[in-house]
Design a protein around this ligand. Structure first.
Ligand SMILES: [Cu+2]
Length: 116
């Protein structure tokens, strides 16, 4: 788990520069022009922060959904423009499935909080 966290932080230079602060990201997810969340699954500790980064010009959202793929309202980034980021801290343990409302079912990810 720890090794994974370090690896994803290294892939996000902007966040890595803020590692010493309490606001450092515990996981980073890239939103790609191919309509994927990469990696699609991340695990963070309770109270951990995930940063999503849009690596291209395609617009995306990070929107929580339930098993029926319906929005839960738990979180919604709104539109994240190309090269933009969205950051969220998870204070409750659980598995949070999310999608991009622009690209739909093909673009799905999950954040596992306190899963280690
Ligand atoms: Cu998208």
């Amino acid at each position: 788990m720890r090794r994974t966290s370090l690896a994803v932080m290294a892939a996000l230079p902007l966040a890595a520069g803020a590692c010493a602060s309490s606001g450092a990201a515990d996981a980073a997810v890239t939103m790609t022009g191919a309509a994927r969340f990469e990696p699609a699954g991340v695990t963070i500790p309770v109270g951990g922060t995930v940063v999503w980064h849009n690596d291209g010009v395609t617009r995306h959202t990070v929107t929580a959904i339930d098993e029926a793929r319906a929005p839960t309202g738990a979180f919604d980034s709104g539109v994240v423009e190309g090269t933009g980021t969205f950051e969220l801290t998870f204070d409750e343990p659980g598995a949070y499935t999310y999608t991009c409302t622009i690209h739909g079912g093909e673009m799905v990810g999950v954040v596992s909080v306190g899963g280690s």
